[in-house]
Design a protein around this ligand. Structure first.
Ligand SMILES: [Fe+2]
Length: 161
C-alpha cells in the first residue's frame, strides 16, 4: 500500500498550482514561437521553443517532488493562449511579465510551506530571478536597436545561438 503523504493538503495544492503555471508558461512560449516564425524572427522562434521545453522540465521537477513526498501531481487544464504577438517587443514583454508573476507566486508558495518544501522551492525562486533578469536584459537590448532593422536581425540571430 502506498505511504501517506508527507506534506499538507495546502502544500500539495501550492505545488500543483506551480505545475499548472509552468505548463501555462510553456504553452505561452510555444504560442510566441509560432508568432516569431510568422514574423520571420527565426532565432527568436528557436529561443522560445527552447524556453517552452525548459518550462516543461520545471513542471517535471515539481511532479517528482510530489512523488517523493508520497503524493501524485494532478495534470492541469491549460488555458488557450489568445495574446496577440505582433513584434519582438510584444514577445519579450509577455515573457517578462509572466516570469515576474511566477517569481511572485513562488515567493508566496515558499512562504506558505514547511521547511522541506521551502528548501526545495528555493531553486525555483533562483530560476525565476534569473529569468526575470534575462528577459529584462533582452528588453534593454531591443530598446537599443530602436528602428534599426539590421540591429534587430542581429539580435534575432543571437537569440537563436
Ligand atoms: Fe519555469
Amino acid at each position: 500500500m502506498p505511504t501517506k503523504p508527507l506534506i499538507s493538503k495546502q502544500v500539495e495544492s501550492s505545488i500543483n498550482a506551480a505545475i499548472a503555471s509552468e505548463f501555462y508558461a510553456s504553452h505561452l512560449y510555444r504560442h510566441i514561437a509560432n508568432y516569431m516564425q510568422r514574423l520571420g524572427y527565426f532565432g527568436a522562434q528557436k529561443f522560445f521553443q527552447a524556453e517552452a521545453s525548459h518550462e516543461v522540465e520545471h513542471s517535471q521537477m515539481l511532479v517528482g517532488y510530489l512523488n517523493d513526498m508520497g503524493a501524485v501531481a494532478s495534470m492541469p487544464m491549460v488555458d488557450a493562449i489568445t495574446e496577440d504577438i505582433a513584434s519582438l517587443a510584444d514577445a519579450l514583454e509577455a515573457a517578462y511579465d509572466t516570469e515576474v508573476q511566477l517569481l511572485k507566486d513562488y515567493v508566496k508558495w515558499h512562504g506558505g510551506s514547511d521547511p522541506v518544501t521551502q528548501q526545495f522551492l528555493l531553486q525555483f525562486i533562483e530560476i525565476q530571478r534569473k529569468a526575470v533578469g534575462e528577459f529584462g536584459d533582452l528588453i534593454s537590448r531591443l530598446e537599443r536597436c530602436g528602428d534599426d532593422k539590421a540591429a534587430l536581425l542581429m539580435l534575432d540571430k543571437e537569440l537563436g545561438e
